[in-house]
Ligand binder design. Structure first.
Ligand code: I3P
Length: 126
């Protein structure tokens, strides 16, 4: 039986395209591989879609699941030293997963930084 989560958990707070690179998985460092990614922030999680939004929506009908990270206990910080690119921040989530997000356009990355930080700050720190 499906369990329907409370509405506030389903609400999309922000979505859009950013450059994303996963840099650690389960504490293990990964080779950096930047890719344009459609990012969907809701109150508790971020979903990453490697394809376009349109493609992602059509994949969903076939039960395809996006990569999703839980923001409970996550940490966010600017990460100038982790890339030669400008406007890069890092999100570290529980269990040793880390990724970088980047945009060449400063106001876009600032909006994303504050949106994700606010979401994290509203959640319990488990
Ligand atoms: C990486 C690629 C990344 C770069 C990274 C390189 O090389 O050029 O774009 O990160 O730098 O190692 P490869 O494709 O051979 O894996 P930035 O664009 O963020 O600088 P890094 O090793 O200093 O992280």
């Amino acid at each position: 039986k499906d369990i329907i989560p409370p509405l506030e958990q389903l609400m999309v707070e922000k979505e859009g395209y950013l450059q994303k690179a996963k840099i650690a998985d389960g504490g293990k460092k990964l080779r950096k591989n930047w890719a344009t990614t459609w990012i969907v922030l809701s109150s508790q999680k971020i979903e990453f879609y490697k394809e376009s939004k349109q493609q992602a929506l059509s994949n969903m009908k076939t039960g395809h699941k996006p990569e999703s990270v839980d923001l409970c206990g996550a940490q966010i910080e600017w990460a100038k030293e982790k890339s030669s690119r400008k406007n890069v921040f890092q999100v570290r989530i529980l269990r040793g997963n880390e990724f970088l997000l980047q945009s060449d356009i400063e106001f876009i990355i600032l909006d994303w930084f504050h949106a994700i930080k606010n979401a994290i700050d509203r959640l319990p720190k488990d």
